[in-house]
Write a protein that binds this ligand. Structure first.
Ligand SMILES: [Zn+2]
Length: 99
């Protein structure tokens, strides 16, 4: 009934809905979790992170604000990675080490 492309379509639809809603997804904990999984709070560029991309800063701030434990943040990162992989499809070996 379904195929692998269907999940990516659903996730993209959800991601677009979150991004375009105008809602402050950082304000409460469950919203911040949803945004973190569907969109991500951290820089996801394939480069060496620096001060301009503020990698990890925003997620760390949210973790403190909402009292998220380290294992909770780790799970969010894992779930984000799964969603991102589903949206982007398989990564080719040549793309993994792009700096
Ligand atoms: Zn970065």
């Amino acid at each position: 009934m379904s195929n692998p492309g269907d999940l990516a379509d659903v996730l993209e639809w959800l991601r677009s809905a979150v991004v375009s809603s105008g809602r402050d997804y950082a304000y409460n904990s469950s919203d911040a979790w949803i945004f973190g999984v569907l969109v991500g709070w951290e820089c996801e560029e394939s480069h060496e992170h620096g001060p301009t991309c503020k990698a990890e800063t925003l997620l760390s701030t949210l973790a403190k604000t909402h009292g998220w434990r380290e294992d909770y943040v780790a799970r969010l990162r894992e779930h984000r990675a799964i969603v991102r992989a589903a949206l982007e499809g398989p990564v080719r070996p040549n793309e993994e080490q792009t700096a």
